[in-house]
Design a protein around this ligand. Structure first.
Ligand SMILES: *Cc1c(COP(=O)(O)O)cnc(C)c1O
Length: 221
């Protein structure tokens, strides 16, 4: 199927169940991204700042950009003017820098806490205790230019569906706990970004509100 047809089919599948589609366009050309755009897709995700910046300047200005990959503190400044949602916040230090740059740009930047759920050493993210400690901290309570709108997780790279199901279930359970403990009076904490091309159906069963799909749309990288 073409990129446009993939987008149309996925949008139809996801809209009816109220799950947001983030088209992950890393390594893909502006032409390929425009095919998805022409099919109606507006939310795109990149995992590298440099690549995101290059695409942002050349592509239509109504694209809503998400950063889904690891973010270094010294790169925050470059994306702060326009980024819509940062999925990959994994430290207080990073959050403080995002807050600082958001203030300079006179905006509030939405962020997700990336939670480590995979049974692998190589992935970024906070563990459950670290997430709780961050949200409890005095430093966090002083940040006025960021908004935590939910959490994000990447499941293990495995073809064992039971394990993936368990990891997403854990993420959903943590989400509920955090909402209850820290965001009870806060309607904007409501996103669970989980699910990639190989596991998005499981993620949706487990309560995903936002799936990040690359190869299902654009083909293999
Ligand atoms: C690349 C990437 C995706 C999309 O992966 P696919 O398997 O191609 O759907 C989703 N999330 C993150 C964080 C990624 O880096």
């Amino acid at each position: 199927m073409s990129i446009g047809a993939n987008i149309s089919a996925l949008r139809e599948e996801l809209e009816s169940i109220n799950v947001k589609l983030i088209a992950v366009s890393k390594t893909k050309t502006p032409e390929e991204i425009m095919e998805a755009y022409e099919a109606g897709q507006r939310e795109f995700g990149e995992n590298q700042v440099q690549e995101l910046l290059e695409k942002q300047v050349s592509l239509p200005k109504d694209i809503i950009w998400h950063l889904v990959g690891h973010l270094q503190t010294n790169k925050v400044k470059a994306i702060a003017p326009f980024i819509s949602l940062i999925h990959s916040v994994d430290s207080l230090k990073l959050l403080q820098e995002i807050d600082k740059q958001a203030l300079k740009n006179k905006r509030i930047i939405d962020c997700l806490l990336q939670i480590y759920i995979a049974d692998e050493d190589t992935k970024f993210g906070l563990d459950f205790d670290e997430a709780i400690e961050l949200l409890r901290s005095e430093e966090f309570s002083r940040l006025k230019n960021i908004r935590i709108t939910g959490i994000m997780g990447i499941a293990s790279n495995t073809d064992n569906p039971k394990r993936i199901t368990e990891e997403f279930y854990e993420l959903k359970t943590l989400f509920k706990g955090l909402k209850e403990s820290f965001f009870r009076k806060n309607d904007s904490f409501n996103e669970i970004s989980m699910g990639m091309s190989s596991d998005y159906k499981i993620a949706i069963e487990q309560g995903s509100t936002m799936v990040r799909l690359g190869s299902n749309i654009f083909g293999h990288r």
